[in-house]
Structures are given as structure tokens and as C-alpha cells.
Design a protein around this ligand. Sequence first.
Ligand code: XLS
Ligand code: CA
Ligand code: CA
Length: 435
Amino acid sequence: MSAFKNVGTIQYEGKESKNPLAFKHYNPDEIVLGRRMEDYLRFACAYWHTFTGEGSDPFGVGTAIRPWHGTSGLDLAKARVEASFEFYEKLGIPFFCFHDRDIAPEGATLRETNKNLDVIVAMMKDYMKTSKVKLLWNTANMFSNPRFVHGAATTSNADVFAYAAAQVKKGLETGLELGSENYVFWGGREGYESLLNTNMKLELDNLARFFHMAIAYADEIGYKGQFLIEPKPKEPSKHQYDFDAATTIAFLKSYGLEDRFKLNIEANHATLAGHTFEHELHVSRINGMLGSIDANQGDTLLGWDTDEFPTDLYSVTLAMYEIVQNGGLGSGGVNFDAKVRRQSFEAEDLFFAHIAGMDTFARGLKVAAKLVEDKVLENVLADRYASFSEGIGLDIVNGKADFKSLEAYIIDKGEIVNKSGRLEQIRATLNDYIF
Ligand code: XLS
Ligand code: CA
Ligand code: CA
């Protein structure tokens, strides 16, 4: 039985097409920078927003009309899996991502919960045998259940730490079973409200202990997926430990975890941290830690995590420029951690939203490729930093200068001449490439 009977397979029809159920820019087979677009972008669908989410907000219940309504418990979980594979295939999206609790209901004990999970994981595995769709990443939801009120790996309660460990152990087994290419940690409740009752040092040490245990268990069972941490500054915690890329990288380096972890950068989390998406991607990239992205966008008029589908071509172009500079995302991908607005409650909206996001990223990729091919920003940087490629600047870069030699060089030189940064001109050029 079809869940989305009003929608057929979404095709690429080119930019003149007026068909809302067609791609105008995303053409999976088109070669960009020597790679098929599909292989470059590695799009993924986020199970929680698209199949588990119902469109509720703090003021009202869900509004979504979904084909799986009318079922409950494991039957509901199964109906969602069935619909999800129809959705991936009609959309032509090559990957999906989930939290353990998105796909199967919790039981009275962890043993029962794991049993429910096994049923759904086996069902997904079956679907994956006949489908080309793969699991980009899985993760553990260690924030919804009230037991995580004080955190998971950073809780004040050792029993909760044990529960979280057992949950991630199962998550790694699930990842192995379904061949997930990455395993994500997002520390929703790994943070604190007030230092008055928080032992920050113990909590951070425990978080690192937890990650070391995850590495040890992955190695023990032969799970080869890339570990990713997803920074976010606030919400639900007031102070979250993985605030942004720089904080997370510093944490990984202080605890000797930097060789096994990369970052999953989400656009809306970047803006909540007071950065741009491209800033967070750049910081990760220059540290060799850009692993994957959660593609969405926030709303500049709202101060919370709105997880909108990404349609801002300017921001996506600059993000894709970072990804292209990174040589792509390796085992990572572009996961639409995005939800349709509460007002967009029809099942077809799920297609429109993903098509919008995929077309936006396809356009961003094409513009970024052109910027790279024409060396637009490369030339800007070469020109701006030219003084470091010869003479005294080159000595500084090559470690041949010290305070004494620099003083001798500059002391009688007279007035220093600076060059303009030309930002307005550069922005105008960027507009010419985008539009
Ligand atoms: C929430 C996060 C979450 C992670 C996975 O804000 O984006 O959904 O991506 O746990
Ligand atoms: Ca996310
Ligand atoms: Ca988010």
C-alpha cells in the first residue's frame, strides 16, 4: 500500500520547469568538480522530523496529517518504516539518519526497549537489501526521557551514566548491523544550569571517559563508522558543553580524542552560537575536523532552534564553498535536520521541503565550484596576504624571524602602507556568481 499515492518519483526537469514536484537544479548524475552531484552532496533525510515529528510546538499539539496515523506502538513504528522507504525512493535521497527512539517505542526496561528496537532494525535491514538507500548516521536520544534530567554522560547520577553507556553500546551495535557510516553524539542535556550545584570538572572528565569507552567498544565489535560530535550552544541546556566548533575541538584535544572524532556542523546551531554557518565549517575544516553537516536554517527574528529547511542561497553557497575546499565530506553528508512549518501540515509538504533544500544545495555547489574554478576568493586571499609570500613576511612564515630581526627590519622604515580590504567589491562579485 502506498503512503504517498499523490506523488510519483521526483525527476530532474531543469531550471525552466514549473513542476513543484521536480528538481530544477539537483541532477544526481551531473558531474561537478569531477564527481556526480549525488556523490558530492550525499543528501540524507532526518527520520525524527520527517517521520516522527507531528508539528507540535510549546503552545499546541501536532497539526501534521500523515499516512501512518491511526496506528500505535510497534505497528506505528512499522508503518513509519514502510512509508519512509517509499519516501526516500520517490525523492531519490540516498541516505537517512535516526535516533534510536525515533524508530521504535520504549518499553518498561532497557531490555524491552532494545527488543522493540531489534524488530524495527531487522525490518529496516530487510528494506535496505532491496533499496539503494543507506544509513548516514545513527545516534542515541539521551535527552527526551525524564531520566536524563541532569544529563546523560554528564549527569550527577551514576546510574544514569550507566544507562546512557548501555544505550550507546546498543547504538553502536545498531550502526554495525545497518552499516551506518557515522555515529553522532549530540549532547542535548550535556550542560548545566548553574555552577551553584555543578561539578564542571567531574562532568567534563566523565564526558571524556564516556567517549573513550565508546571508542573502545566500537573497536571491540569492529564498528568502523566515523564518530561525530554535533556542537550546539544552548537549548535545551542553558550552558552546553559542546558550545561551538572551537570549544568542541579544544575539548577533544585536551582529552586525547581528536584522532577519532570529527564534527557534525548544524547551520541553526552555528547561528545560535553567534556565528555564521560558514564560520563553523571553516573552523572545523582548518582543524581537519569537518565531518558532516546538518542542513537547515534558523530565523534571524527568533532566538531559538527553528530547524527550517535551507533555502537561503547566499548562506548555502558559502557553506558549500567550505565543503568544496574540504574536498567534500568524506563519509559524512548533507542531512536535512529540518522540519516543515506547523502550517505546512500535508504529507506533500515533506516532498516540497526536501526538493527546496536539495535544489538550494545543488545551486550552492555549482556556484561554489565556479568560484573555485575561477579562483575568485583564492585570488582575494593571495592578494591580501601577499606580504607573507616574500621578504620579511616569508621569513615570519618560515620561522626565520624573531623579535630582534623584526625590530632591525622595521625600526627605521618610516610610515607603513596598508591596502584596502575591498569587501564591498568582493561582495558584489559574489552576487554576480550567485545570481
Ligand atoms: C537538536 C539536534 C539533534 C541532533 C541529533 O537540536 O540537532 O537533532 O542532530 O541528536
Ligand atoms: Ca542536528
Ligand atoms: Ca537544530
